[in-house]
Ligand binder design. Structure first.
Ligand code: NAD
Length: 359
C-alpha cells in the first residue's frame, strides 16, 4: 500500500518541526509496512521569495495529487508589509479553499504530565480537559464581501459574515459525527441574539441534530462560551462554530491546555484528503534556534494517519510515544517549568522516535 504525502514546511520553525515529523512518519511506514512517498512543495514566505506568490499553482497541483498534506507554518516579519492577498497567510486560506477543506478539527487535551502548565487553577483542570473544536473553515467573514469606503468624508471599512444552509449543514454533520465517536455532546456556538447569520446557523444546526438523536445538543453565545471555557472546560465535548468564532475559541482552548506547541489540527473536506498542521504559527522569535516544540506537528501526523489513511493504531502509537516522553519528564522550553533543563527540537524528536521504535 502506497500513500503520497505533500509536505509544505513553510517558514520560520516550520521546516524544523516538519523534519522531526517526517522522520516519525518514516518509522511508522516501516513498522506498518506501508510506503509513504513525500512530495515537498513551497507555500508561504518561501514561495513568495521564489515565485512572487504565497501559493504557486504547482503547489496546489502537488497537494491535489496526494492523499494528505502535512504543513509546518507560514509567515514572518519579512513579509508583513505586503498587501493582504500577497502575504504568506493568504496561502493558507488559498490551499484550504483549493482543496475544499471546510472543516477544521482542533483537539484541546490536557496531558497528565502537563497539568501544571495550564494557566487555570488546579481545581479547574484536575479532572482533565478533552475538547474538540470543529470550526467552519471556508465561509463566513474571512471569505465574505469586504472593502473600503468613504462615508461623509470619513474613511470606513467593512467585512461581511454570510453563511448558507448547505455550508452550515455539512460542518454540523462533521461535528455530530465526531461527537458519536466521543462523549456525544455538541455545543453549537453563535451570536444568535445579535446576528442574522447566527440565527440561520442555529436553525440549521437544530435541523441536522434531528439526524443524530443519540447526540445531545446545546447552544451557547460566543461571549458566554469564551467565559465557560475558562470557568468549567469539562462541560464541553465537541464545540461547533463558525470560522471567526472558531479561530478565537480554538486559540483560547489551546491556551488553557498549557502550550500552543502541543496542539495539532486537521482540516477536512468531503473525501479523505486532509491537511494537517500544528495550530501554532512560524514563531519567528525562536526560528533556527532548535527551540521549537515539534509535538504539535508530530501529533498532526497522528491525525493524518487516523483521518486520511485510517491507520488508527499507528496514530495511537505516536500519541502514546508522546505521552511516554512527557511522563519521563522531558520538556521543550515552551512547556518546561524551568527553561534551563529543557531539550531542543531535535532532542525532543529523537526521544519520541526512540519510544516509537521500542513500542
Ligand atoms: P506563533 O504561534 O508563531 O507564536 C506565538 C508564540 O508562541 C511565540 O512566542 C512563539 O515562540 C511561541 N511558539 C509558537 N509555536 C511554538 C512551538 N512549536 N514551540 C515553542 N514555542 C512556540 O504566533 P505569532 O507570533 O502571532 O505569529 C508569527 C507568524 O506566524 C506570523 O507571521 C503569523 O501570521 C504566522 N502564523 C501562521 C500560522 C500558520 O501557518 N498556520 C498560524 C498563526 C500565525
Amino acid at each position: 500500500m502506497t500513500y503520497k504525502i505533500a509536505v509544505l514546511p513553510g517558514d520560520g520553525i516550520g521546516p524544523e518541526v516538519i523534519e522531526q515529523t517526517v522522520d516519525v512518519l518514516k518509522i511508522i511506514s516501516n513498522k506498518y509496512d506501508k510506503e509513504f512517498i513525500f512530495k515537498y512543495a513551497l507555500m508561504g514566505g518561501c514561495a513568495i521569495d521564489k515565485y512572487g506568490e504565497p501559493l504557486p499553482g504547482e503547489t496546489v497541483d502537488i497537494c491535489k495529487s496526494c492523499d494528505a498534506v502535512l504543513l509546518g507554518a507560514v509567515g514572518g516579519p519579512k513579509w508583513d508589509s505586503l498587501p493582504g492577498n500577497k502575504r504568506p497567510e493568504a496561502g493558507l486560506l488559498g490551499i484550504r479553499a483549493s482543496l475544499g477543506l471546510f472543516a477544521n478539527l482542533r483537539p484541546a487535551v490536557i496531558y497528565n504530565a502537563l497539568k501544571g502548565a495550564s494557566p487555570l487553577r488546579e481545581d479547574i483542570v484536575k479532572h482533565g480537559i478533552d475538547i474538540i473544536v470543529v470550526r467552519e473553515l471556508t465561509g463566513g467573514i474571512y471569505f465574505g464581501d469586504r472593502g473600503r469606503t468613504v462615508e461623509s468624508g470619513v474613511n470606513a471599512a467593512y467585512d461581511t459574515e454570510k453563511y448558507n444552509v448547505n455550508e452550515v449543514e455539512r460542518i454540523a454533520r462533521v461535528a455530530f459525527d465526531a461527537a458519536l465517536k466521543r462523549n456525544r455532546k455538541v455545543t453549537s456556538v453563535d451570536k444568535a441574539n445579535v446576528l442574522e447569520s447566527s440565527r440561520l446557523w442555529r436553525e440549521t444546526v437544530i435541523k441536522v441534530s434531528e439526524e443524530y438523536p443519540q447526540v445531545e445538543l446545546n447552544h451557547m453565545y460566543v461571549d458566554n462560551a469564551a467565559m465557560q471555557l475558562i470557568r468549567r472546560p469539562q462541560q464541553f465535548d465537541v464545540i461547533l462554530t463558525s470560522n471567526m468564532f472558531g479561530d478565537i475559541l480554538s486559540d483560547e482552548s489551546s491556551m488553557i491546555t498549557g502550550s500552543i506547541g502541543m496542539l495539532p489540527s486537521a482540516s477536512l473536506g468531503t473525501g479523505t484528503l486532509g491537511l494537517y498542521e500544528p495550530i501554532h504559527g512560524s514563531a519567528p522569535d525562536i526560528a533556527g534556534q532548535n527551540k521549537a516544540n515539534p509535538i504539535a506537528t508530530i501529533l498532526s501526523a497522528a491525525m493524518l494517519l487516523r483521518y486520511s489513511f485510517g491507520m488508527e493504531n499507528a496514530a495511537r502509537d505516536i500519541e502514546n510515544a508522546v505521552v511516554k516522553v512527557l511522563d519521563k519528564g522531558y520538556r521543550t522550553g515552551d512547556i518546561a517549568a524551568d527553561a534551563g533543563s529543557s531539550v531542543g527540537t531535535v532532542e525532543m524528536g529523537s526521544l519520541i522516535k526512540k519510544e516509537l521504535k521500542m513500542a
